[in-house]
Design a protein around this ligand. Structure first.
Ligand SMILES: Nc1ncnc2c1ncn2[C@@H]1O[C@H](COP(=O)(O)OP(=O)(O)O)[C@@H](O)[C@H]1O
Ligand SMILES: [Mg+2]
Length: 270
């Protein structure tokens, strides 16, 4: 499927504010993502990542500021914006009892594809996400990584030009995480713009063209992974003989470690 030209800027947020009662979730969040690139919004739990994704994907209204997706203002033109957006949230959206193929065909019909087209699209996506072998098994028998890949597939039925992935690998083991990374990489080659939130510095480093480090509701640093590493000069780290890691960059930019606020992680506690 061909992608609609969304101009050079696929996602833009300017000085977005959002408060929940007495809690400030976004405090001047600004971000620009060029079409066809992967941007990772990297930050600890509670930083405002999901709030930003919900506002950009028209699910939540900002208190102040401006946001647009594919050139459409999410406040004044939410229907046109929404039509161009795929979203994979933190929770799965597939039905356990149905097979992978049935889930994808059902989503296709919900999006008003005629049945043969929905079946064809399901087959293509199962292949693209390496689920052909398991296609006719109920999702209840799928591993966590397979479910995540099926979630990704459902969000791509209409080939949206802009895709939001909110913590796509949180809760997955290392092996499954690498499989999901492979799937995300294969998407990017097709011209989709991806905004991916993560708490994992390694994930942002692996997948993103640019990283926006978010802390307390605002972007505190932005650049390519290498630019961010370069911001922390050799005097900032103990050894001058090696490049700083992204963990050190995060600590330097925010004054606290990324792993500090992980109490809400979805991994089962042992
Ligand atoms: N519906 C809500 N009601 C009250 N507080 C909220 C709500 N959603 C988010 N928050 C608060 O806003 C802040 C940012 O949350 P969130 O965007 O979910 O962060 P992240 O996705 O980075 O973990 C947190 O302090 C969170 O507790
Ligand atoms: Mg979140």
């Amino acid at each position: 499927m061909a992608y609609e030209d969304v101009g050079s800027t696929a996602i833009r947020a300017v000085d977005v504010h959002k408060r929940f009662k007495n809690k400030t979730a976004l405090d001047g969040f600004s971000l620009t993502v060029a079409a066809g690139t992967v941007c990772s919004v990297l930050g600890p739990n509670g930083a405002g990542k999901t709030t930003a994704v919900r506002i950009l994907s028209t699910l939540l209204r900002a208190d102040a500021g401006q946001a647009s997706v594919a050139g459409y203002d999410v406040r004044t033109d939410p229907r046109r914006a929404r039509y161009r957006i795929g979203l994979v949230g933190q929770n799965t959206s597939v039905d356990e009892i149905l097979t992978g193929r049935q889930n994808l065909t059902l989503f296709g019909k919900l999006y008003h594809l005629p049945t043969p087209a929905a079946r064809r699209r399901a087959g293509e996506l199962l292949e693209r996400f390496d689920l052909t072998e398991a296609a006719d098994q109920p999702v209840a028998e799928y591993s966590g990584g397979m479910r995540r890949r099926l979630d990704l597939a459902t969000s791509l039925i209409l080939a949206p030009p802009v895709l939001f992935l909110d913590e796509p690998t949180t809760g997955l083991d290392h092996r499954a995480r690498i499989d999901v990374w492979t799937s995300i990489r294969s998407l990017v080659g097709t011209g989709t713009t991806v905004l991916l939130t993560t708490q994992y510095l390694e994930e942002a480093d692996q997948l993103a063209d640019r990283i926006a480090v978010i802390d307390a509701g605002r972007v505190v640093a932005e650049g390519t992974p290498d630019e961010l590493k370069a911001k922390v000069g050799p005097d900032r780290v103990e050894t001058v003989t090696r490049k700083p890691t992204l963990d050190e960059v995060f600590l330097h930019l925010t004054g606290h470690a990324a792993a500090q606020k992980t109490e809400q992680r979805t991994e089962p506690t042992p």
